[in-house]
Design a protein around this ligand. Structure first.
Ligand code: CA
Length: 506
């Protein structure tokens, strides 16, 4: 286990959640072995004209709760991807909210640079001429396609980002609450009782992600003769927790325990939010019982396994089409998630559970496949990484750094820092003022997380947080007064203030 990386915590020590790990989610063991075989030859077997394909797979609201990250969760397909690629154990999003996070990683620019920190606007409102990652591939000889949720833009007149793609997007925007079971006749009984939970014995394609997997496989078949950038955006494990029953049945509720439901000692109130995505809007918010919390955590695990099974179908298809040897596969989430920890629900905080994302890159030429990286990296590093791997020109300004050195050497480090930010109020665009009152800026180093809460108008620092991940991986105590950490805190603060100068954000 890496020092300074918090481990997912669902069940009592020494007990394993899974009842049964056989069955459909245990399929497809051949593709990545094939990729490993290809590694030794790198790209030398390609003709000069051959372009390397890109398959970008995104999850929604998935914190680093995968088997390969040490969680007790059934994700065999993503474990195989990790074993034949490079898993990044310290990868961080730039903001823990769908739209700004996705806009950042797909443009290679930070939310402050885009001036885009909420879900209600389109990132092109302030940045009409930007070239996105898929658009850049499209303009350099690739067929770029989108199946599922990649961009988050759907509250706006323009849905998604049509200019980024070579063909119309599929199931690219919707309300999550509309992901209801689509079957003939009456849906079978719902065995779940807790809020946001649904457990019905229905096939995978009753819900969005099964449909996304089927369409993505169809599109892969259409693209096999041409260089492609295929982005597949799954809707899970985002709430509602409505995976088909067979995924719920992988876990025993009695083995699922409640989280540590306490705020970190000495943490400022501004670090928190009201969890309205799951708890409702004040003054009509609900407080969950421990029984409900355990059922919701069960549902989140079921959603993750459902997602993993869809990824497995996609990887199997890539294998069957013979595309694995010439396709870069990336898996990552838009941001992390809270399931009651710190008293928080869902996202929109600067804490580790929200900022950290699972990220795996599998490249046919990767060195030492299966060896994990402990380097601190950012989601927006993906853009420069992919254009370097595919020999595309540099599109001008990008704020991330290529991770190719880490694909060559898992012990390599690049900047070894990551920045995440979040405004207050969390959903300021829905407030009468339409403006934040504060912005939280957070830096993660290998050892620490340091966060400043600044007044939006003046830039004045009104609260700080410091978490020592070597001794406190769950961020249970704000250690900003710890005299033993002052030197390292000052170094982190200097790096943060160099990235985000203390001037008012306009
Ligand atoms: Ca999300």
């Amino acid at each position: 286990m890496l020092v300074g990386v918090s481990m997912p915590d669902y069940c009592h020590a020494g007990r394993y959640l899974l009842r049964d790990r056989t069955g459909t989610i245990m399929t497809n063991s051949t593709l990545l072995l094939f990729l490993i075989t290809c590694v030794s030859s790198g790209s030398t077997s390609e003709t000069p004209a051959t372009k390397t394909n890109v398959l970008l797979i995104m999850a929604d609201d998935l914190r680093a709760d995968l088997e390969s990250y040490g969680a007790r969760v059934a994700t065999p397909n993503l474990t195989r991807l990790s074993k034949s690629g490079r898993q990044f154990d310290r990868a961080y999003c730039q903001q823990a909210l769908c739209n700004p996070s996705r806009s950042s990683l797909l443009t290679g620019l930070r939310p402050d640079t885009l001036k885009h920190w909420n879900n209600g606007k389109h990132f092109r409102d302030n940045n009409p001429g930007l070239k996105t990652l898929p658009q850049w591939f499209k303009e350099h000889g690739y067929e770029s396609r989108c199946v599922g949720k990649i961009f988050h833009n759907w509250h706006t007149p323009v849905k998604g980002d049509p200019v980024s793609w070579s063909a119309p997007e599929f199931l690219h925007y919707a309300n999550h609450a509309d992901d209801l079971p689509k079957i003939s006749g009456m849906p079978p009984e719902n065995h779940a009782r807790a809020p946001k939970c649904e457990c019905r014995d229905v096939p995978d394609n009753a819900y969005f992600d099964g449909q996304v997997a089927e369409e993505a496989i169809k599109v892969l078949g259409q693209l096999k003769e041409k260089p492609f950038f295929l982005a597949v955006g799954f809707w899970k494990p985002h709430a509602p927790f409505n995976a088909p029953k067979k995924y719920w049945d992988l876990y025993n509720r009695n083995d699922i325990r409640e989280p540590i439901i306490t705020k970190p000692e000495n943490a400022p109130e501004i670090a928190f939010h009201d969890g309205r995505e799951l708890r409702g809007i004040p003054p009509n918010q609900v407080d969950f019982t421990l029984e409900q919390i355990r059922e919701m955590r069960h549902g989140y695990l079921a959603n993750i396994s459902y997602l993993d099974a869809q990824v497995g179908k996609l990887m199997k298809s890539l294998d069957q089409l013979g595309l694995g040897k010439n396709t870069i596969v990336i898996f990552l989430s838009d941001h992390g998630y809270h399931l009651g920890e710190h008293t928080l629900w869902a996202k929109t905080s600067c804490f580790e559970l929200d900022a950290r994302v699972p990220m795996i890159i599998n490249h046919p030429g990767i060195k030492n496949p299966g060896m994990k990286s402990g380097a601190v990296v950012e989601s927006l590093d993906l853009f420069p990484t992919l254009i370097e791997l595919c020999n595309l020109p540099f599109p001008g300004r990008l704020e991330g750094k290529s991770l190719v050195p880490i694909l060559k050497d898992p012990s390599a480090k690049i900047t070894n820092t990551a920045f995440t930010q979040h405004p207050r109020p969390a959903y300021f665009d829905r407030e009468p003022s339409k403006q934040p009152t504060h912005m939280g800026y957070s830096i993660r180093t290998e050892k620490l997380r340091y966060t400043e809460w600044r007044n939006w108008k003046t830039g004045a620092i009104e609260a700080v947080e410091l978490y020592n991940h070597e001794s406190d991986p769950n961020e249970l105590a704000n250690a900003y007064r710890d005299t033993n950490l002052q030197k390292e805190m000052n170094e982190a603060r200097d790096l943060l203030q160099r990235q985000f100068p203390r001037s008012p954000v306009k």
